[in-house]
Write a protein that binds this ligand. Sequence first.
Ligand code: AMP
Ligand code: MG
Length: 327
Amino acid sequence: MSYTQEKQVAIEAVTRAAKLCLAVQADMVNIDSLEKGDKSPVTIADFGAQALVCQHITANFPQDAIVGEEDSSDLQKPENSDKLAQVTQYAQQVHPKATAEDVCAWIDAGNGTVSDRFWTLDPIDGTKGFLRNEQYAIALALIEDKQVKVAALVCPSLSIDGNDPGSKTGVVFTAVRGEGAAMTALGDDNFTPIHVTEPSDQERLRFVESVEAAHGDHSLQHAIAQAAGITRPSLRMDSQAKYGAVARGDAALYLRLPSPKSPNYREKIWDHAAGALIVEEAGGRVTDMHGQPLDFASDYKMQNNRGVIVSNGVIHAAVLEALAEAK
Ligand code: AMP
Ligand code: MG
């Protein structure tokens, strides 16, 4: 099965969402956020991005379910009517006739469930990074027959040249299973293949981890990286931009070990599906901390996995060994 149309639709969908996020950032010095039930922040850009992506997927693949992170219930509360009006205005930059009802319906098209074929979407992964003007991502993946088949990941604040942090920003990553991974500048469809680091590349023998201390176990991550031969300090960045960094060889490893403060937290499929395919198709390896494959097809929470290890492949066994010994 070829996924040419799915890939094109996914890239267009996340590109529209990225432009909405950039417009919100350009218009607002301080972006307001709402607090969700789990205390995490959500902004008008999260809602707007989910609306645009779901609209585009549904218009092209009306049969497909979408499992997205957000829903419109908070946005529909009377006290948030100004926010709904703002989301609608941004959506109108793509769909001039969109109403507030249309926008809520598009957002809620993302309330689907895991099935034989479905998309999973994080409209803004790393909302905290978005609010800090640091890294964030729009992450979209198609899962069919229990496997991630297509991925599109936009990192609007990531440098196009990984070796030059001062270079222009805005990167689109994409992958189709069996066809490799590629990247381009946001707004440009000149994709070039990407690959993980070479084993001999000492310069890039470094690891990435979250900015947020609560999203991992930073002291164990440091110890494991050292045990796997990485002596350089970590690069800390929000969102699935970390997968992009490993996929294009800016770093050899991404460690995400369960935080001792939230031992019952389960990773969500939309935080990993797109990034995982991109890294695997770039030649890397992705497992949980026990070496198990990530399960994207049972539930939106990855109940059977603990932690996430993403590597260039070559150092993966050493990392898993160090983890087994650390327990
Ligand atoms: P990052 O930008 O890598 O810090 O990851 C952001 C994602 O972390 C968010 O999208 C959340 O879904 C997720 N998250 C929230 N709480 C936790 C937690 N306790 N452990 C791991 N990930 C979390
Ligand atoms: Mg997320």
